[in-house]
Design a protein around this ligand. Structure first.
Ligand code: UTP
Length: 286
């Protein structure tokens, strides 16, 4: 199954980053010198997709400004390499927006993409999860979705103490096709460790068929009034085979402050212009 469109839900409130997110989107917090969502756009392009829909909400206008031209800056800083790099990205990517009127959960945010997706398969990237990998995380998933001709979700084995923070898959016994690929029998949202069917957590990348929208519509809001994507994915697993792929590479959970700090360091360490300086800095600080 192939996907030619990508959807990025970015309408959450980002309460874990208050007060930083009071007047700016969480997705615009910088990782070194690019906003987090910029890396997502780069991953989309590097994975061969040029149609990106961002689900935004109130207070998220800076995202649209980022992916737009700034004629004043371009004139003032003619030939600036960072601006040129951004422009190159924009030349290769069509960015669309839809607003989620109220933050009613990740599932609801994805449902807002239905019109744009228009009965096609599509990829979802959560901007809270950044990957540093030789082959882009999304490209790995797209290749698996095509090979298996099935929806796929990215998973990663998490520490026992972190299980309760994630959607966890129940892999089908004997359902492992090869190292790192599992058939998903079921999923549980944020289980207690004792009740978790595995330690394989769903981490921010999906390739989905349009039938997910019907399942999202049928999903009842949970305790906080939010529509969970996990509930719709569970229904999808009953409709057709769904696979989980352990994505190769480093993953950073930048939805919380320590993870963002880790990402800052991880992304800076691999930069030719900053790596040595950061190593030196860390040594001197410790
Ligand atoms: P989170 O669960 O991390 O929520 O959403 P959040 O609001 O962004 O952050 P906290 O927990 O308050 O700090 C996971 C992803 O789903 C998007 C978020 O933008 C994030 O990319 N999302 C969440 C929406 O687009 N809409 C929603 O209603 C909820």
């Amino acid at each position: 199954m192939r996907a030619n469109k990508a959807v990025v839900p970015a309408a959450g409130l980002g309460t874990r980053f208050l007060p930083a997110t009071k007047a700016q989107p969480k997705e615009m917090l910088p990782v070194v010198d690019k906003p987090a969502i910029h890396y997502i756009a780069e991953e989309v392009i590097a994975s061969g997709i040029d149609d990106l829909l961002i689900v935004t909400g109130r207070g998220k206008r800076a995202i649209e400004d980022h992916f737009d031209r700034s004629i004043e800056l371009e004139q003032l800083l003619e030939g600036n390499p960072s601006l040129r790099e951004l422009q190159d990205l924009l030349d290769r990517l069509q960015v669309f927006y839809v607003r989620q009127g109220r933050p009613l959960g990740l599932g609801h945010a994805i449902a807002c993409a239905e019109r744009h997706v228009d009965q096609e398969n599509f990829a979802v990237l959560l901007p809270d999860d950044l990957y540093l990998s030789d082959e882009p995380a999304l490209a790995q998933l797209l290749a698996a979705a095509e090979e298996l001709d099935a929806p796929v979700v990215a998973v990663r084995e998490v520490q026992p103490q972190d299980v309760h923070r994630y959607g966890i898959i129940a892999p089908l016994p004997e359902g492992g096709l090869r190292e790192g690929v599992h058939r998903v029998e079921d999923m549980v949202e944020k289980p207690d460790l004792e009740k978790a069917p595995s330690r394989l957590a769903v981490v921010g990348r999906y390739v989905l068929p349009p039938s997910i929208f019907g399942h999202l519509r049928a999903t009842q809001p949970g305790a906080k009034g939010e529509i969970q994507l996990t509930d719709a994915l569970r229904a999808l697993c009953k409709e057709r085979p769904v696979y989980a792929v352990e994505v190769r590479g480093e993953r950073y959970d930048i939805g919380e402050p320590l993870g963002l700090l880790q990402a800052q360091i991880g992304f800076a360490l691999v930069r030719a212009d900053l790596g040595d300086g950061v190593r030196e800095l860390l040594r001197s600080m410790l």
